[in-house]
Design a protein around this ligand. Structure first.
Ligand code: ZN
Length: 470
């Protein structure tokens, strides 16, 4: 396992190569927002696609959904978010900065799980331990109070209570409120799952660490409906499937661990939750969550909506019941960050002159790399560029590969750029391709350079599409 990069290395690479930019940068930015650039959007798309392929398309027991971000506010009453989705907030009386009381305790006292403490307990400990403000160093705290994390918005033209809506804090509820529609239209049989990828919003008091914790983020969630009493086996199966997926796309097992939530730490809807954690540069952090939500959500929505949300046993139509739910929940942004951290490599590579030089290479799994191949004419000379363009057009037509065409700078510079953005193969068109040193029989052949091994192989143009498909 190579040495882990610092977060600064990743932030810098992301900016330099067009993966992630600070949000609204020309206006001085907006705290905690990030925009995905040309390379970042390709990486994100591929993360979503790989996920969807693995967990939806390749499974007979899954279907998809895409629900609206705005939902009837009653949804959040039923789900418990209006009441219980809150963090303990304290203000520093000296500098007026706001903090999460539980996080202050965790950071200063080196403890874990302070989120389970009651507001009064947090209050008492902050004072008793004289916890200093991270901003100004004084210890002068207001009372701890509960701060709801849902982001408010106003739908329609009148800004009054009647049109108050929330930006959804999780994609899960869109699945629960469509449960009946899904039963009535595609008639799935238990156990089955519904998957959704989409944005969610949480007014985190202390966001941070680049794209790790942002107020606007994207989830990949599954609600997996099972017969009550079988939750345990499905929980275990999902735990393994998810672990396997992260391993298969290149995350080293040394940097992954499973953390079981303590009873007091569980969300209001969950009877068991585990996290898969990743060893980030600043320590272990949640990458994925698996929760046993039981029948909580469907029961709540049945009560609040007055609609019958029960599932009918196809073998016995008199048997109607609310299924239990296992919820695997992934973050797109966090996964992207982990893939970048894991792939980032600094190493020595041989130069053309026979020496060695340092290079940065993103050793992304080829399924996640923004580009499959880059087409590079050896130099800017016209016949080389024209031939390279011809090869480029041919590949666009004959394959579904994602291709970059790059003619800017020396060939060495362009190789380094492709290494840094993780392109698995570089295809170089040189004078041999044009037949200018045909004594060596190179006419209509080109070079494929491998990102990781740096080996170069001469291939006939006619063979190229087939070779790249391998
Ligand atoms: Zn302060």
């Amino acid at each position: 396992m190579p040495v882990a990069p610092s977060l600064d290395h990743i932030v810098s690479l992301c900016k330099r190569r067009g993966f992630v930019f600070p949000g609204s940068e020309i206006y001085g930015g907006l705290a905690n927002t990030w925009d995905y650039g040309p390379l970042g959007v390709e990486l994100r798309n591929r993360v979503r696609e790989e996920w969807w392929k693995t967990f939806v398309r390749k499974r007979p027991d899954m279907v998809g959904l895409e629900s609206a971000i705005f939902m009837n506010p009653k949804v959040w009453e039923a789900s418990g978010h209006t009441k219980s989705f809150a963090d303990p907030l304290v203000d520093c009386r000296s500098c007026k900065q706001r903090f999460r009381g539980d996080k202050l305790l965790e950071d200063r006292l080196g403890i874990e799980g302070a989120a389970v403490l009651k507001l009064e307990q947090i209050q008492k400990m902050l004072t008793a331990e004289k916890i200093p403000c991270p901003n100004c160093g004084k210890s002068n705290w207001t009372d701890a109070r509960s701060f709801n994390l849902m982001v408010k918005a106003y739908q329609g033209v009148v800004e009054d209570e009647a049109s108050l809506v929330y930006l959804r804090p999780e994609t899960a509820q869109g699945i629960f409120v469509n449960f009946k529609n899904i039963l009535d239209t595609v008639h799935p049989r238990l156990p089955f799952g519904v998957a959704q990828i989409g944005k969610a919003f949480r007014n985190e008091i202390t966001p941070g660490s680049f794209i790790f914790r942002t107020r606007e983020f994207e989830q990949m969630e599954i609600e997996y409906f099972v017969e009550p009493g079988t939750e345990r086996e499905h929980f275990e199966a999902w735990k393994e499937a998810v672990w396997e997926w992260y391993r298969s796309v290149g995350i080293s097992k040394e940097r992954l661990r499973i953390r079981e939530h303590a009873k007091e730490e569980l969300s209001h809807y969950s009877s068991r939750t585990i996290d898969i954690e990743y060893q980030f540069p600043w320590g272990w952090g949640e990458l994925f969550g698996l929760a046993n939500r039981g029948t909580f959500d469907l029961r709540q929505h049945q009560t609040f909506s007055g609609q019958d949300l029960r599932y009918t046993d196809p073998a016995d139509p008199t048997k109607k019941f609310l299924p239990a739910v296992i919820e695997p929940s992934f973050g797109v942004d966090r996964s992207v960050l982990v893939f970048l951290l894991e792939a980032y490599t600094e190493e020595e590579a041989p130069t053309a002159a026979g020496g060695m030089e340092p290079r940065v290479v993103l050793k992304l799994d080829p399924r996640l790399a923004p580009y499959d191949s880059a087409i590079l004419p050896l130099s800017k000379k016209e016949p080389l560029v024209a031939k390279a363009q011809e090869v480029y057009r041919m590949l666009l037509q004959e394959t579904d590969l994602r291709l970059d065409f790059d003619v800017t700078g020396s060939i060495g510079k362009r190789y380094r750029r492709q290494d840094e953005i993780g392109t698995p193969r570089a295809i170089t068109i040189d004078f041999g391709t044009l037949g200018e040193d045909d004594a060596q029989g190179k006419r209509d052949t080109l070079t494929i350079r491998d990102r990781d091994t740096l080996t170069q192989e001469r291939v006939a143009i006619g063979e190229l599409s087939r070779r790249l498909a391998l």
